[in-house]
Design a protein around this ligand. Structure first.
Ligand code: FPP
Length: 243
């Protein structure tokens, strides 16, 4: 089916509000082509840029979250980690003007403290420069882990001296680092593995999950629309009985 036809079909039905993506498969994509892992990440960044541009232009989804670096990714070789951080910094600095003009609001989700100073500065600048925008809420999950996020919520509850009775699911959700975002309706993972790998855990309670063997650098507009069409075919009953 052509991209236009698919777009038309997808637009005709309810769309998710928040789509979160686990961008997996850069390394394997590169290996298959006889290229270095870093080249895989470079192509992965281009795929992310292509998707952001498409979603922004077509106004398909108001919230997009990209899992760019997990708390477990520190176990990778130092050169690869440094390359990823430079790539992200380059992306943020290089695209800030375009993002700001397109009405994109950039957020960081994760613990920024262990990140390189230059990357942190680029993020802080971009977050501040786009804080008033709301055409597309783009969140980059960086040094993020679902367990870290839950623990962070617990730490905040303890620091506030939250009472035993006052703490419920709703009040606890407001203490999570993701509190400003609606819960993800749809989580897409590329690269063939069927797991969450410590991405959104609490927030994913009612998310629809979608796993595709497509490697992240090959995940294009067509693949994204096909994922959305799959989402639209599901019945979301949030634990209730749907008749
Ligand atoms: C997974 O591939 C990918 C990552 C750990 C990094 C993802 C980061 C980017 C694509 C950078 C771009 C992000 C933005 C916001 C511009 P992998 O290395 O785990 O692949 P493999 O499983 O095939 O080894």
């Amino acid at each position: 089916m052509s991209l236009e036809k698919l777009l038309e079909e997808v637009r005709a039905r309810p769309l998710p509000r928040h789509v979160a993506l686990i961008m997996d498969g850069n390394g394997r994509w590169a290996k298959r082509k006889g290229l270095s892992r870093t080249e895989g990440h470079r192509q992965g960044a281009l795929a992310a840029e292509r998707l952001i541009r498409f979603v922004g232009r077509e106004k398909l989804v108001p919230y997009i979250t990209l899992f760019a670096f997990s708390t477990e990714n520190w176990n990778r070789p130092r050169e690869e980690i440094e390359f990823l951080f430079r790539l992200l910094e380059g992306f943020i600095r290089g695209k800030l003007k375009e993002l700001a003009e397109a009405g994109v609001r950039l957020r960081l989700l994760g613990d920024p403290r262990p990140l390189p100073t230059r990357l942190r500065a680029a993020i802080e600048e971009a977050v501040a420069a786009t804080a008033a925008n709301d055409a597309l809420h783009l969140t980059v999950a960086l040094n993020f882990g679902g367990r870290w996020a839950i623990l962070e919520g617990v730490r905040r509850a303890l620091a506030q001296g939250a009472s035993h009775e006052g703490l419920d699911e709703e009040s606890f959700s407001r203490l999570l680092p993701s509190a400003e975002l609606p819960e993800p309706d749809f989580i897409i993972r590329t690269g063939g593995h069927k797991r969450l790998s410590n991405f959104f855990l609490w927030e994913a309670a009612y998310a629809e999950l979608y796993f595709t063997p497509i490697l992240w650098p090959d995940f294009d507009e067509q693949a994204f629309l096909e994922a959305l069409r799959d989402y639209q075919g599901r019945t979301r009953n949030f634990g209730r009985v749907v008749t």
